[in-house]
Design a protein around this ligand. Structure first.
Ligand SMILES: Nc1ncnc2c1ncn2[C@@H]1O[C@H](COP(=O)(O)OP(=O)(O)OP(=O)(O)O)[C@@H](O)[C@H]1O
Length: 401
C-alpha cells in the first residue's frame, strides 16, 4: 500500500486586502475585499511505505501548505489525498494514530510542565496502552539521550534538546508515517547530525515513512534518495537526488599540485583529443574541468604517469549550487532540454514552474477558515494555522528570468 497518495491537489487561500489609510480601514469595516492566493497548484505524487522523501522549494513555494493538508490541518480546495489509506481532514481521529508530525518552528509540548508530563498527556491523547508507552519511551529515551531532560520544563530546554523531545513526542504512539517540517532549523551541526542519524535509524528499524521539508540540503543528502522540488505551488522535479546531480551537474574539476613548474601547452598536449579544459594557477597548480561523459580516471591516467604530482583534489558536483540554479530558473529542465522543448525526467508529474502568482505577504494573511471543525489532536500546531503569519514568505521572484 502507498503511504501517501496525492492526486491533483490544490489549495487556495482567500486573503483579506487591507486598504490604505483611515478611509481604507473604514471601508474595510463595511466591505471586505479579498484576493486569492493559490499556494498549491494541482500537484500529484505517491510515496511508498518506508521511503524517506525530501520536499523542497524556496520560501513560499507551498511546502508547509502541502504538509498541513497531508496531516489534515487544512482542507484542500480540490484534489484527492490518501495517507495510510485515510482522507486526512475527514477521518481525523483514526488518521492521527498513524502519523507523527514535527514542525521545527512550533512545539507540540506543553511549555511549563516537565517533558515527561507532556509525554504522558500525549499517551492519553493517542490512547497508547501503559505497557506499550513504557517500552516505546524507554527506547526513545535511550536513542535520543533524553534521560536528563525528562523532568525539566520545556521552556528551560535548549533548541536542540527541545527538538530531540519533539521527535520523541511525535513517535510515542509508533506512527508509520512521520512528517517533518524543517526539523533541523536553527540547530548546530552536532545536533543536526544526531537527528539525521536518529531518523535513519527509525526508518531502518521501524520502516517509518518520512516526508521531510527543509532548506538544509545536507538533510536531503544525508537522508533522502528521492526529492520532490516545488516552485510556486507546482512540482518541477520528482526523482532521485543522484539523477538530479547527473542531469544538472556541469562536470567535475580536478585540481593538481605538481612537483615541478608546468606550462599550459604541455598539459593540453597530455589530454589531446579529450573535451576537457585546463586552467593554470601559479607555476605549480592547474585545474582541469572534465565533462560528465568523460571518466575522471581516463584523465588522471594521462597526467599521473607523465608528471610529478604532489597533490590531487577532485571537486564533485555541488548539490546546493544545482538546486540554487534550479530555483533561479524555476525549472528543473536543463538548459539543453529547455532549448529542445523537452520535459524534465524524474519519476513524477512535473510542469515547468513559472513566476506567475505573487505570494501574499505575511501581513496579508487572514485567519484561515478551512481548518477542520472541532479539531484537536495532540499536535498543538493544529490549533493555529494563522501562526504561520510569523514566518517569512517572500519569494525571490526578482531572481527569476
Ligand atoms: N493561512 C494562510 N493564509 C493565506 N495565505 C497563506 C496561508 N498559508 C500560506 N499562505 C501562502 O501560501 C503560499 C505558500 O506558503 P507555504 O507556507 O506553504 O510555503 P513554504 O514553501 O512552506 O514556505 P517557507 O519555506 O517559507 O516555509 C505563500 O504565498 C503564503 O503566503
Amino acid at each position: 500500500m502507498l503511504a501517501i497518495d496525492v492526486r491533483d491537489l490544490r489549495k487556495q487561500f482567500n486573503v483579506q486586502k487591507n486598504r490604505e489609510g483611515i478611509g481604507g480601514a473604514l471601508k474595510d469595516l463595511f466591505k471586505r475585499e479579498y484576493t486569492e492566493v493559490t499556494a498549491v497548484k494541482d500537484i500529484s505524487f505517491a510515496i511508498p511505505q518506508g521511503e524517506i522523501c525530501g520536499y523542497i522549494g524556496e520560501n513560499g513555494a507551498g511546502k508547509s501548505t502541502t504538509i498541513k493538508m497531508l496531516t489534515g490541518i487544512l482542507v484542500p480546495t480540490s484534489g484527492h489525498i490518501k495517507v495510510n489509506g485515510f482522507v486526512p481532514h475527514k477521518e481525523r481521529e483514526k488518521f492521527v494514530q498513524g502519523i507523527g508530525v514535527v514542525f521545527g518552528q512550533r512545539s507540540q509540548l506543553w511549555w511549563d510542565i516537565g517533558v515527561i508530563e507532556s509525554f504522558r498527556l500525549l499517551r492519553k491523547v493517542y490512547g497508547v496502552g501503559e505497557n506499550d508507552f513504557k517500552r516505546l519511551l524507554d527506547e526513545l529515551v535511550e536513542t535520543l539521550s533524553l534521560g536528563e531532560l525528562l523532568n525539566r520544563p520545556v521552556r528551560k530546554l535548549s533548541l536542540g534538546q527541545r527538538m530531540r523531545c519533539e521527535l520523541a513526542a511525535a513517535l510515542l504512539h509508533n506512527p508509520s508515517i512521520l512528517f517533518l517540517d524543517e526539523p533541523t532549523i536553527g540547530l548546530d551541526i552536532v545536533v543536526k547530525t544526531e537527528i539525521r542519524e536518529f531518523l535513519k535509524r527509525i526508518n531502518r528499524e521501524r520502516g517509518t515513512t518520512i516526508l521531510l521539508t527543509t532548506h538544509d540540503l545536507q538533510d536531503i543528502e544525508a537522508l533522502c534518495s528521492r526529492v520532490i522540488m516545488l516552485d510556486d505551488g507546482r512540482i518541477i522535479y520528482d526523482g532521485g537526488l543522484e539523477e538530479l546531480k547527473t542531469r544538472w551537474g556541469k562536470g567535475r574539476e580536478v585540481v593538481f599540485t605538481f612537483g615541478d613548474a608546468v606550462r599550459a601547452d604541455r598539459l593540453a598536449a597530455l589530454t589531446d583529443g579529450m573535451d576537457v579544459k585546463w586552467s593554470v594557477g601559479d607555476a605549480f597548480t592547474a585545474t582541469v574541468w572534465i565533462p560528465l561523459e568523460i571518466n575522471v580516471s581516463e584523465v588522471l591516467s594521462r597526467v599521473v604517469g607523465t608528471m610529478e604530482i604532489s597533490d590531487i583534489k577532485i571537486i564533485e558536483t555541488n548539490t546546493e549550487e544545482i538546486v540554487r540554479e534550479i530555483y533561479r530558473t524555476g525549472s528543473a529542465q536543463t538548459p539543453e532540454e529547455t532549448l529542445a522543448g523537452g520535459g524534465p525526467s524524474g519519476g513524477g508529474p512535473s510542469s515547468g514552474g513559472s513566476a506567475g502568482t505573487s505570494a501574499g505577504t505575511a501581513a496579508d494573511r487572514g485567519a484561515s477558515d478551512d481548518i477542520p471543525a472541532g479539531d484537536r489532536s495532540g499536535n498543538k500546531a493544529d490549533a493555529d494555522s494563522s501562526a504561520d503569519s510569523s514566518r517569512p514568505t517572500a519569494r525571490a521572484e526578482a531572481t527569476k528570468p
